[in-house]
Write a protein that binds this ligand. Structure first.
Ligand code: 13P
Ligand code: SF4
Length: 311
């Protein structure tokens, strides 16, 4: 509570007063996930943001996700509990350097993971998410040359899956890079029948041990539908909250980092958002996302291409 306020009730009141919708990513704390009108992966959250008739979108996720909401729904007020909620993939791809990379490969199509800034999106031909990338790549002619940024692990996995030879930008997610192959193998020895579900942002030495690879929503679906009662989850461990809610009889173990625990694999950017900050954001309608119109229009084009092909 903030000086004795019942924050849950206050957020509920403000949500109605402001005609706000609360969208949350699976990597948010259980409290924030439980307050949200909708919890989903990046693609689903983009779709919700584009469709909603709310006046305010309170985005519990990282900044690029809220930025996408603003690009798709410019007439809405989009607020993010903490404007410092960035992403290591976004940081690894400065717009100027990316613009130069793109210019150096004029015969290549630029496919870009949604985890990047609006300025990088504006330099891109088609945006992809982990749930839509394969379908989008397969929709392109086999001989089409492609540059892929910023996640090199996702890019390498997509190259393997689609038989392409996309030129990869050298970016990574600090969270998915932190899983330890040695510790994962120890866990698999302990639970030989437990399937491993992994996010494609993991490096190949983790993906090589996975029974299923997909977006957060795909991982959740797999965990719920798997006949196994024990599942090893190689992505940010807050998603386990939804698994435990929907399948309380099952056991979900977060894949470990080098210390043998999954706690080192929490996203420090997602963790900046709190219930207190969500309350203040709804009360004050800030921090508010603002994308200059000229930039927004350029970033919208590759995002709309994704939504059209992915649907
Ligand atoms: P999803 O699209 O799978 O939810 O991924 C978002 C993300 O940031 C993973 O680190
Ligand atoms: Fe970015 Fe990784 Fe955090 Fe996802 S988990 S928001 S990719 S730093």
């Amino acid at each position: 509570t903030l000086r004795g306020l019942d924050l849950r009730a206050e957020i509920e009141r403000l949500r109605k007063e402001r005609n706000a919708v609360i969208l949350a990513h699976y990597y948010q704390t259980p409290e924030l996930q439980d307050m949200a009108d909708f919890v989903g992966d990046s693609l689903e959250l983009s779709r919700k943001a584009a469709e909603t008739d709310a006046d305010v979108i309170a985005f519990c996720g990282v900044r690029f996700m809220a930025e996408v909401a603003k690009i798709l729904s410019p007439q809405k007020t989009v607020i993010l509990p903490d404007m410092d909620a960035g992403c290591s993939l976004e940081d690894s791809c400065p717009p100027d350097e990316f613009g130069a990379f793109r210019a150096a490969h004029p015969d290549h199509l630029s496919l870009t993971y949604i985890n990047c800034s609006a300025a990088v999106k504006a330099h891109s031909d088609i945006i992809v998410t982990s749930s839509s990338a394969e379908k989008i790549i397969n929709s392109l002619p086999k001989e089409q040359k492609i540059i892929f940024a910023p996640d090199k692990h996702l890019g390498a996995w997509l190259n393997r899956k689609t038989g392409r030879d996309m030129l990869l930008w050298d970016g990574t997610c600090i969270v998915h890079e932190a899983f330890s192959e040695t510790e994962l193998l120890k866990l698999k020895m302990q639970y030989p029948d437990a399937p491993v579900a992994a996010h494609p942002e993991c490096p190949a030495h983790i993906l090589d041990h996975a029974d299923m690879i997909g977006s957060t929503s795909a991982i959740l679906k797999f965990a719920l539908e798997s006949p196994s009662d024990l599942i090893i989850v190689a992505t940010e461990p807050h998603i386990i909250h939804q698994m435990e809610k929907k399948a309380p009889h099952k056991t979900f173990i977060g894949a470990p980092g080098a210390d043998g625990k999954c706690s080192c694999n929490m996203c420090p950017y997602m963790a900046l958002n709190t219930v207190e900050k969500l309350y203040l954001a709804l009360r004050d309608l800030k921090p508010e996302l603002d994308v200059p119109e000229a930039l927004r229009v350029r970033a919208l084009l590759p995002l709309n291409r994704m939504l059209a092909i992915a649907s």
